[in-house]
Design a protein around this ligand. Structure first.
Ligand code: ADP
Ligand code: TYD
Length: 226
């Protein structure tokens, strides 16, 4: 049969690249990361709208999948035991969430997720690193525990911004959580930047919504048709 012949000729990745090139199935998983107020949910929504206008099927999603995961009692005292509990809770939440993401990817959709693995590394790692000699050891431990997360983004956008501006943006929110503290967000931002790797694109999120959205959109479009 034609399909079988195709499979024996290409490996799985080449097939995905082939289908992407001809915009048949984009199948791409992208995460948006950054401190609270950096603009993740705004940019996720606007970029999704632009891609949908281009005819792509886009599924947007968010972590944590429910409010109970980030329990205020655990967040407010920045001690190692509480942050280990938080790290495991967010990871457990992600363990189930990845199945839903997989279903959408299998349908050839683009999945845009507001927060994923790097959020746990940056927000919980900031306190968990106290157990270890240095940050790299802490990161390695978190990566090892996160091996149960097999559905991973091929790209992370890190929306980088000064926490003072980010907090100004969210100052009108009714509920300000214990995560949203200037000193803490400064350390989280620093942790995020130390995580930058080949799969992470740093975006200057202090610019206007229009500039940030267009920047991200252009990068995604070029990836899809690469
Ligand atoms: P996050 O999801 O990262 O917490 P949001 O997308 O909810 O951030 O944005 C926080 C607030 O800042 C919202 O009121 C949003 O309208 C506003 N905002 C988002 N991006 C920008 C931007 N580039 N410039 C100015 N305000 C912004
Ligand atoms: P979220 O609702 O995304 O807040 P915001 O829209 O303000 O960015 O996330 C709630 C909080 O959960 C946020 O302060 C960051 C925190 N968080 C972690 O600490 N670790 C994680 O793994 C995730 C997914 C979120």
């Amino acid at each position: 049969m034609k399909e079988i012949a195709l499979y024996s000729y290409f490996d799985k990745l080449s097939i995905i690249q082939f289908l992407r090139t001809y915009a048949i199935i984009p199948m791409m998983f992208v995460a948006f990361e950054g401190i609270d107020g950096s603009g993740k949910s705004t940019i996720t929504r606007l970029v999704a709208e632009m891609l949908r206008k281009d005819g792509y099927k886009v599924f947007t999603t968010h972590e944590p999948t429910n409010d109970k995961v980030a329990s205020e009692d655990l967040v407010k005292y920045r001690n190692v035991e509480s942050y280990l509990k938080l790290f495991f809770s967010f990871t457990e939440d992600r363990f189930s969430h990845q199945l839903e993401i997989r279903e959408h990817l299998d349908k050839g959709e683009i999945v845009l997720c507001d927060r994923y693995l790097l959020s746990s590394y940056a927000y919980q790692g900031e306190v968990i690193q106290k157990i270890f000699e240095n940050r790299n050891e802490a990161i390695q431990w978190m990566i090892d525990v996160s091996r149960i997360i097999t559905v991973k983004p091929e790209l992370n956008f890190l929306l980088d911004i000064d926490p003072v501006i980010a907090l100004e943006r969210i100052s009108e929110r009714k509920r300000i959580t214990s995560f949203e503290d200037l000193g803490y967000l400064r350390s989280v931002r620093d942790f995020y930047t130390s995580l930058s790797s080949r799969e992470t694109i740093l975006i200057d999120a202090s610019r206007s919504t229009k500039e940030v959205t267009e920047d991200v959109y252009k990068i995604l479009r070029s990836r899809i048709t690469q």
